[in-house]
Design a binder for this molecule. Structure first.
Ligand SMILES: CC(C)(COP(=O)(O)OP(=O)(O)OC[C@H]1O[C@@H](n2cnc3c(N)ncnc32)[C@H](O)[C@@H]1OP(=O)(O)O)[C@@H](O)C(=O)NCCC(=O)NCCS
Length: 154
């Protein structure tokens, strides 16, 4: 059984490990080695992760006491991160987290959920009826990442 709960600071090591490993194992099929190195090294920015856990709507999905995925919402309607453990891909965890984030955005008074996603995640969002607002190159630490801004009217 998957259980969804609010993240706490105790989850920090598991969250950053999932972030690093998922990018290296899953997103690596769509981005260069250098991009993957730079992106996944964000896992080391512990102050930023602490700030997210403490100040955003930040959920983890747990399976038998292990964190299998996480997601966080910014500004009430912006899905700022959604990562599923590399060993738990395609087991509906992403869908469960997304649905709760959509409900939360609605409860916050918004009629849309938006996200700036990796090209790797596009088939997932497409299967959840998200529309493309624009494809763009996101500049991060001197590298240009091919990303897609998607949204869904709630
Ligand atoms: C995108 C992501 C969060 C999806 O999580 P998930 O738990 O694997 O997704 P689900 O099991 O809920 O998938 C639901 C449906 O989405 C679609 N889908 C998901 N991943 C897909 C893929 N790689 N290719 C095609 N369709 C996909 C399928 O229709 C799937 O249903 P199915 O498995 O019955 O065919 C996960 O793959 C991930 O962590 N990706 C890397 C990190 C990332 O890019 N995050 C996005 C924000 S930058």
């Amino acid at each position: 059984m998957i259980q969804i709960r609010q993240a706490t600071l105790e989850d920090l090591p598991e969250i950053t490990t999932i972030f690093r490993d998922t990018i290296r194992a899953v997103n690596s099929k769509d981005y260069s080695e250098k991009q993957i190195e730079v992106w996944s090294s964000d896992a080391d920015n512990l102050e930023e992760w602490k700030d997210r856990i403490e100040n955003l709507y930040f959920l983890v999905a747990e399976f038998k006491g292990q964190i299998a995925g996480f997601a966080y919402l910014k500004n009430g309607f912006h899905l700022d991160g959604l990562y599923v453990h590399k060993d738990f891909q395609r087991r509906t965890i992403g869908s469960k987290l997304l649905r709760i984030m959509e409900s939360r955005a609605t409860a916050n008074g918004y009629e849309v959920l938006k996200s700036d996603i990796s090209i790797t995640a596009f088939p997932f969002f497409d299967s959840h009826y998200y529309e493309v607002e624009k494809r763009h190159k996101k500049n991060y630490k001197g590298l240009a990442f091919e990303n897609i801004i998607v949204y869904r009217d709630l």
